[in-house]
Design a protein around this ligand. Structure first.
Ligand SMILES: *Cc1c(COP(=O)(O)O)cnc(C)c1O
Length: 434
């Protein structure tokens, strides 16, 4: 794959007598990442006013910058202040504006961490922070307060307690390698980790969350794919936010992964000024499918410090979902989620399609505004479920497992549990009763 003129210019400025082999080497890209304002001016040819320069320096002091030469090369310098790549990669003074309600750990990932490097929030899956490093520091990072903090990759020994925890908790059937970016690990280290996790019998699937296909597609080498391919089923979720990011090099990386049998998904974040437009998200999702990437989540921007200028109202997300559902392939429609502050996890948000309801009919509306009735069955025999598959004819044959007892609203709906309401622990009326 040949380089664009822009890439050649940047490459030549980074290293005289440049050769393409180096540019395509992911470690060269990381070594040559852009970390200062002077480099933005001298290498990328961006021009700032003196005031802007002062502001940017101040911002970088609090939230560091790092941009791979490749990702930098995607910026359209003629209109860089509105460029979606620029806006995700280059700091803005507005990052220093603190808002009431901003939090340093809005998702309470630290509180839900039973051992270092692991977040165990949901019953059957864990988030495994195997690297504190990223090849590019996204300006909208939800963990941006930690970026550049302990800028390191934990050793395999340091990860042992987490691996032990997964071994000891048999309900964990899904391990999500996250970070930082797990693909910052060397091939050998990654393989060591994948193989240790794959050895645990109750781990059914492994997931990798990585932005490498977007910001450093050269990381996706044939060797990497070969390694991952040995530990299937492996899923990889990446993070495209704008159709402009799907360069030919990125698409080639995605094709390699897909050819390696790795199931690809995408998690976008809704960002003001970058992709808060129904048509941008629709085109992005359609183009992802062409590269065999299934749109998975569309995130409402978190309440982390320094993200104020990126946040949109929730209504923008609902408007986008309205413009997708029915209007394009169901495969192109992600789930719009708000990650609940305080550690409540991801909560899906959707336009309403169920308009009304009686004892034997539901009234629905579709994407065109057609209002329709669905007549419910006259006779439906409910089966009482006591979670004892031996007495049920649905042929599931699971053994009763108390660790999987129903919780939350699911529990209120269940047959066997007698709970009739969920009440907050500090409910005054209940406290009076005691
Ligand atoms: C997002 C997330 C997961 C995975 O959630 P899915 O909905 O299964 O993709 C797991 N653990 C934590 C802490 C998360 O934030």
């Amino acid at each position: 794959m040949s380089l664009t003129l822009r890439q050649k210019t940047i490459a030549e400025k980074l290293e005289k007598g440049f050769d393409i082999k180096k540019w395509q080497d992911w470690k060269w890209q990381i070594r040559n990442s852009i970390r200062t304002i002077e480099q933005l001016e001298s290498i990328a040819g961006l021009e700032f006013t003196p005031e802007e320069r002062v502001q940017l320096e101040k911002t970088i002091d609090k939230f560091p910058m790092s941009i791979t030469p490749y990702y930098l090369s995607l910026i359209n310098i003629d209109d860089f202040r509105n460029d979606p790549v620029y806006l995700q990669a280059v700091p803005r003074a507005s990052e220093l504006i603190m808002n009431e309600g901003d939090m340093s750990d809005p998702l309470s990932e630290d509180k839900d961490s039973p051992v270092p490097f692991l977040t165990h929030r949901y019953p059957d899956r864990v988030l495994f922070h195997v690297s504190n490093l990223c090849s590019m520091y996204c300006r909208h990072c939800t963990r941006k307060i930690k970026v550049g903090d302990k800028d390191s990759i934990p050793s395999f020994e340091q990860l042992q307690p987490a691996i032990q925890y997964i071994k000891e908790n048999e309900q964990i059937r899904d391990v999500l390698l996250s970070g930082g970016d797990p693909l910052m690990l060397d091939d050998d280290k990654l393989e060591q980790l994948l193989s240790a996790i794959r050895e645990i019998p109750h781990v059914e699937i492994i997931r990798i969350g990585s932005r490498m296909p977007v910001v450093l597609p050269y990381r996706i080498t044939d060797k990497l794919v070969k390694i991952i391919n040995k530990y299937h089923p492996v899923f990889l979720n990446t993070h495209f936010n704008h159709p402009r990011e799907l360069s030919s090099i990125s698409r080639e990386a995605l094709a390699k992964l897909a050819d390696g049998g790795i199931v690809l998904g995408n998690q976008s974040v809704l960002l003001a000024g970058v992709n808060d437009c129904p048509r941008i998200i629709k085109r992005l999702c359609q183009k992802l499918l062409i590269s065999r990437v299934r749109p998975y989540y569309l995130y409402q921007c978190d309440l982390s410090e320094g993200l104020t200028h990126f946040r949109t109202p929730v209504g923008k997300g609902i408007e986008i979902m309205e413009s997708l559902i029915g209007h394009t392939s169901g495969l192109a429609v992600p789930t719009y989620v708000i990650d609940a502050p305080g550690g409540g996890g991801k909560i899906p948000v959707m336009p309403n399609y169920l308009i009304s309801w009686s004892t034997n009919k539901v009234i629905l509306r579709n994407y065109e505004g057609v209002i329709t009735t669905y007549k419910e069955p006259d006779s439906y025999e409910t089966t009482f479920c006591d979670r004892n598959c031996d007495t049920c004819n649905l042929q599931l044959n699971l053994t009763i497992d108390e660790s999987n007892a129903p919780i939350g609203v699911q529990m209120l709906l269940s047959d066997e549990d007698r709970t009739i309401s969920l009440t907050p622990a500090d409910n005054k009326r209940m406290i009076r009763r005691h």
